[in-house]
Every structure is written in C-alpha cells, then in structure tokens.
Design a protein around this ligand. Structure first.
Ligand code: UFG
Length: 332
C-alpha cells in the first residue's frame, strides 16, 4: 500500500521541494498549510492542500480523523532570527505550541513517525570549527530556542509514547529545484541568497550586509549553504531509518564548507554576470559569527550524500528560478 504522508508547511520553500520529491517517488501526499508565507501554486495540482493552522486544534482533529497518515513531515514554522528577537511570543506560540498540537493529534490517532525541521541556530556560537550533533546547545535567539525545545520534547515523547522521530538541523538551506518551477521567496525577504539575487535583478536597492566586524576571515558572517533538494533527500531516507530505529534521532545537514557574505556575493556575481551593489550596516541581533556543519552522522547512518554541494551551483539553481518569468518571485 502507498504510504500516506502529511506535509505540514508543504507550500513553503523547503516543504514544497519535499512535496515534489515525495510525489516523484509515488507517495500519497497531503499538505496542511496556513498559507501565511506559503504559496499554493508551489504544490502540484494532484496534491490536496488543506488550508489550516497548527494552532487550530479542531482543524487538526478533523485532518487526522479524515486521513490515516503513515508519517508526518513538519516544515511549518516561523523562521526569521531577527523577528524572533523582537516578537518572541509569536515564535513560542507557533513553533512550540503549534508543534505540540500536531504531536497530540498524532498520538490520539496512533501516528508514530515524525520528521522535524530543526536548525543550526540551536547551537549558538560554535566551540569547534565543524559542528557535530553533540556540540553544546546555546541558542542565541528565541527562534533557535523554539527548535531546541521541540527536539527535547521529541526525545521525551519517544520514550513515553513511542513516537519515532528524526530531527534535521539544517544549516543554510539555499538553491531551487532544477526545473526552475519552485524556489525561495519570503515576504519580507530576510535570507541572504534571495536578497543577493534580488539585488542582482535590481529588484531591491542593493544588499544590506549585517556587520563586517565579526571574527572571521573578512569580518562578515560565515554560513554553510546546503541545497534544498539535498535537504529533502535526507528526509526521504529518514522514513526507512525510523522503521529500523525506534526513538528520537538528530542529524546535522550541511556541506561542511563555510562561505562568508562577501564570498557569497562574489559567487553570485560570477553566476549572474552582474555586479551586486551592497552597503555595510550594523550587526543583526541574534546572528552567530560562523556556522558550519559536520554531517558525518547523516552520511554514515542515512547514507546521505549531497548531490549539489558546490555553492556556485546552488546559487545558479536559485538564479534560474529567480529570473524565470513564468515561475520566479515576480511571476504573474
Ligand atoms: N544577511 C545579510 N543581509 C541580508 C540577509 C542576511 O547580511 O539581507 C546575513 C545574516 O546576517 C547572516 C547571513 O547573511 O549573517 C545569513 O543569513 P540568513 O538570514 O540567510 O540565514 P541565517 O543564518 O540567519 O538563518 C538561516 C535560517 C534559519 C536557520 C539558520 C541556521 O533562516 O532558519 O540559517 O544557520 F536556523
């Protein structure tokens, strides 16, 4: 029988790439999304979209009563580090209470497999050049704390209720599906790669660089950019992994290479053939100086192998979507 998978947040950036991979592999997919940030057009027409909110427990009850899910992927969260510092209440409510509601709905209907989008922001400033899963967790912002809380909840729920889970700590998701049909856009856009490409397109008045006085090789923050489809492929492997391994599991997902903001700009200038205007401003609250992954656990235990580890290729896939008139952020 075809497995039926619930994808919460399936209309969002990472969720919509996940939905594509699941559909391509023949899974029966249902998307639950409040469309506060997601885009219904990013989901294939064959996939049912239930518009609803994780804070609406009646909607969740109905969803789980009407469908027998084999597993749940949870991508529906608020994700802006800076906003989480200025408005932590909505982050704790959406990311923590919303996830608890989802786990309650799973428990009451006997759904036992859960894949959770966690983040490198759970670590804080690293004590080692590469961050492995057991690195100390000292999140610098409420966003990171909401994700760490749910990781802890999942360990306890695994023990007490038999919920099997995999948490993926994404480093910096970037890039777009090679079809050029779906990609990354938020409103307002806060992420580096899309902002660099919007600046290349002249759709924004240059890039604002948040700080050049960090203790890094050029003073700007260093991140590990990982292709969105490589993140999705790890989630596919997680299904089988949970079958064989009860309990709660955590994996880092990154390429193990760090790029500064200036290096991302240089790579984007090469890919686009355009000059990217920028100005340097103050630091953004809640930012770590350097976040680079040690993903050897995902490679060893899930057989994960990123297909698109090169940062220029990652940016190129994003660029192909950004400039696609039919599908990009300015498609009508
Ligand atoms: N940055 C700029 N200008 C911009 C946007 C970003 O200078 O217009 C800087 C940021 O200050 C940061 C770096 O570029 O130093 C990357 O910023 P992003 O907002 O693209 O990504 P973050 O590293 O803040 O956060 C992302 C995801 C989080 C995730 C985190 C893990 O948004 O969900 O990666 O590393 F937790």
């Amino acid at each position: 029988m075809t497995a039926r998978i619930l994808v919460c947040g399936g209309a969002g950036y990472i969720g919509s790439h996940m939905v594509r991979q699941l559909v391509e592999r023949g899974y029966d997919v249902v998307v639950f999304d409040n469309l506060s940030y997601g885009n219904a057009a990013a989901i294939p027409q064959s996939v049912p979209l239930i518009q609803g909110d994780l804070l609406d427990t009646d909607a969740l009850k109905a969803l789980f009563a009407q469908n027998a899910f084999d597993a749940v992927y949870h991508f529906a969260a608020l994700i802006s580090v800076g906003e989480s510092v200025s408005a932590p209440d909505i982050y704790y409510r959406n990311n923590v209470v919303g996830t608890l509601n989802l786990l309650d709905a799973m428990r009451t209907t006997g759904v036992e497999r859960f894949v959770f989008s966690s983040t490198a922001a759970t670590f804080g400033n690293p004590e080692t050049p590469l961050i492995a899963e057991d690195h100390p967790k000292n999140p610098l912002n409420p966003y990171g704390r909401t994700k760490l809380m749910i990781e802890q909840v999942l360990a306890d729920y695994g023990h007490a209720y038999g919920i099997r889970s995999v948490c993926f700590r994404y480093f910096n998701a970037a890039g777009a599906d090679p079809s050029g049909e779906i990609g990354e856009a938020h409103d307002p856009e806060t992420h580096l790669v899309p902002n660099v490409l919007l600046a290349a397109l002249g759709a924004r008045d240059g890039l604002d660089i948040f700080g050049e006085d960090y203790d890094t090789r050029d003073g700007t923050c260093i991140r590990d950019y990982v292709h969105v489809n490589d993140i999705a492929s790890a989630h596919l492997a997680a299904l089988e992994y949970m079958d064989a391994n009860p309990g709660a599991h955590v994996f880092n997902l990154g390429n193990g290479d760090g790029f500064s903001i200036m290096e991302v700009i240089a790579a984007a200038e090469k890919v686009t053939g355009r000059k990217i205007p920028y100005r340097v401003g103050p630091r953004r609250e809640g930012d770590a100086a350097i976040l680079v992954a040690d993903s050897s656990r995902a490679k060893a235990l899930l057989g994960w192998s990123p297909a698109t580890p090169d940062v220029e290729t990652i940016i190129e896939t994003a660029w192909n979507w950004h400039r696609a008139p039919k599908y990009g952020p300015f498609a009508k």
